[in-house]
Design a binder for this molecule. Sequence first.
Ligand SMILES: [Zn+2]
Length: 437
Amino acid sequence: MDLVISNAIVVTCDAGGTVITDGGVAVENGRIASAASSAELAPLSANAKRVVDGSGHILMPGIINTHCHAADSLFRGLVEDLALEPWLQTVWKAEGAILNPDTSRLGSVLGFAELLLSGVTTVMDMFWYPTETVRAARTVGIRVATGGIFFDPPGVTGHDLAGRIAAAEDFFDEFGASDDVFPSILPHGAYTVAPENLRTAKAIAERHGALFSTHAAETRAEQADVTGRYGRSIIRHLDFLGLLDERTVLAHCVHLDDGEIEILARTGASVAHNPMSNLKLASGVARIPDMLDAGINVALGTDGAISGNDLDMWMALRLAATLHKGVSGRPEVVTTSQALAMLTTAGAKALGAADRIGSLEPGKFADMILIDLKRPHAVPVFDPITHLVYSTAKSDVRHVFVGGEQVVRDGVLTRHDIGQTIAAVEHLAPKIAASIA
Ligand SMILES: [Zn+2]
């Protein structure tokens, strides 16, 4: 064995919800060979290249963030107290002034570092320069689902449709065979991409067996805009265009009627729920309990730090577990196990990677995190799943492994000196502030 971690409380997130009170995992060639009790792992530890003592920690699968724009961390706190539509106009002005391949990579490293340090091992990221997104992901060691974007106006890159198609195809050529990249097609939304261009984007995704992700039904204004233009609500519009299936991830889905929930359930499209972003932009509260009742796969996302000010999946988790209780008046909605699934297995399913990530089971990638329990807010632990959903903070994540490689050790990145990145961002900050003046 290359690595054995033992003596931890193991929350496997397997289909049976198995928790091993004193256990760990054995890793070989980047994959989990065994998840078992410490006693069962002892013979493997004896011959392992490395043994990690997980005592005082929860060991769980790496977190999956299904909606992010990591490079927008450059604009953290720049635009506040506006609804999505005027907010976007200001955001696009700042992006247009600041972003190029180098600054996009810088912002992506910043965002991915924050994610990895908080235990996120896979992220779906939509941004202007996907090749730079991958370079940033590899700088810190996080897996990324990304690829060509579609956006009808020129946007930051100035591409026309042919340019966007070429960039999307190039991305598949470059990263189609990589374990650490899930190549995807990411049109911005039904209000910024025309129907025929959405169809073109989906056709490219289908030809490559790739993921397709877009923003959908984030605000009432967007629903009214799309319904006014096409005579159908957003989800019906996407369904009419043939865009919804099990390889589709829809970010937000805040404003859905019963019929639209039925469409998502029928087509198997996944929802990326971004409660922090939806609250801060006053977009509304998604009908998550109704979606779960309908059997829709609901995963979690942070959205960009420009709409939530950080990329905290633990905050997203706690909001997902509490918000819907408060809004519905029903304490039984969104159980702890449903919430934990949103953080892990539902994310894996959304990304079409349930065979590789999302749980600690033999054959899957050794993407896993160790969470410190020796904290005043962490004792006693009667139920580790309750602890994860309601008490854990991102700063409790001590160690992070991706494909068996330790990419965070004692709360510090192992591949990259983040001090350089922070200094570069601080150097750029005055220019960012001036961009919207
Ligand atoms: Zn977004």
